[in-house]
Ligand binder design. Structure first.
Ligand SMILES: [Zn+2]
Length: 301
């Protein structure tokens, strides 16, 4: 067992599933929370969301298992038409591990999201539905302009403005530290700083109202993408009346299987669906004061 596995196991040991419910069961009288999980991919389909025939992907199976254990419902789809064909009012939150432009057919050949579907999604969130994004959810609906540069807030894609940050690039997979800056957020209560092997996203275009939960500690990270001060990696924010949660983790299969990742995701979903409360007052200035400093990147690789 290497040091990272020991760290993860020692973190996981403190977390029993019984410790979780975090309100899932407390409001059972209101009925099960419903989540729409959407994993349509544009030009790159991650292995964790790849289906084998009719078989759900790894990420979909994990969320479905968590739903069974924690008494919520999840509907998994890659069909972008769901956002116009279904009444979004029946869902409490949307969970995205998407990539690229979901309004295009994309490599997965799934039906695209009609443009009015994107508007329906954003309107639903603004009106009070929750949103949780993992990893490449920030590599979705990019803002126009040079991807290696930051943009001004008035030019952010409306989806990126909702999410609160945008993917720039990633370097080689490596072990890096996540620093927990809010231990009170659901799912983060038992988690200490941890080191993880992952494909780490370098992010930009942060919303100034982010409530940062985990910070990417860039010290010692290898590659041009990470030669920058620490920046937010997992956060929550309010989008009008909607609750938005994002974590940059979720590339590797063993990250999806990692109890710490699952605990954070469950906490994010519990909060996003309105099943548990949290203080999400903006803290980005304290947590990552130099988040806007961009890495010096050459031409797009
Ligand atoms: Zn990835």
């Amino acid at each position: 067992m290497n040091r990272r596995d020991m760290l993860i196991q020692s973190g996981a040991a403190a977390l029993t599933l019984a410790s979780f419910p975090l309100g899932w069961s407390a409001r059972a009288a209101e009925g099960k929370r419903r989540i729409l999980m959407f994993t349509k991919s544009g030009w790159f389909e991650h292995s964790v969301v790849k289906r084998n025939g009719d078989k759900l992907s790894l990420a979909e199976r994990i969320v479905t298992d968590l739903a069974g254990k924690h008494n919520f419902e999840v509907n998994c789809t890659k069909d972008g038409r769901v956002f116009v064909n279904e009444d979004l009012a029946k869902y409490d939150a949307f969970l995205f591990e998407t990539q690229g432009d979901p309004t295009k057919e994309g490599v997965d050949k799934q039906p695209p999201m009609p443009p009015e579907g994107k508007k329906a999604l954003l309107d639903a969130i603004a009106g009070g539905k929750g949103f949780a994004g993992c990893h490449c959810a920030s590599d979705t609906f990019h803002s126009p302009g040079d991807q290696t540069k930051s943009q001004t807030p008035d030019s952010y894609d409306p989806y990126i403005a909702m999410l609160g940050g945008e993917f720039i690039r990633h370097g080689a997979q490596q072990k890096a530290w996540m620093r927990v800056v809010d231990h009170s957020f659901p799912g983060a209560k038992e988690i200490r700083d941890f080191e993880l092997l992952e494909e780490w996203y370098s992010l930009k275009n942060f919303s100034p109202d982010l409530h940062v939960i985990l910070v990417q500690d860039t010290h010692g990270m290898k590659g041009a993408d990470y030669q920058r001060p620490n920046f937010p990696a997992t956060w929550a924010r309010m989008h009008h009346r909607g609750r938005v949660f994002y974590t940059s983790m979720g590339h590797r299969e063993d990250v999806w299987q990692n109890p710490t990742f699952q605990e954070l995701l469950l906490g994010g979903l519990a909060w996003a669906t309105g099943n548990v409360e949290a203080d999400v007052s903006p803290n980005i200035q304290q947590a990552a004061p130099q988040a806007a400093v961009m890495p010096a990147l050459g031409a797009k690789k």
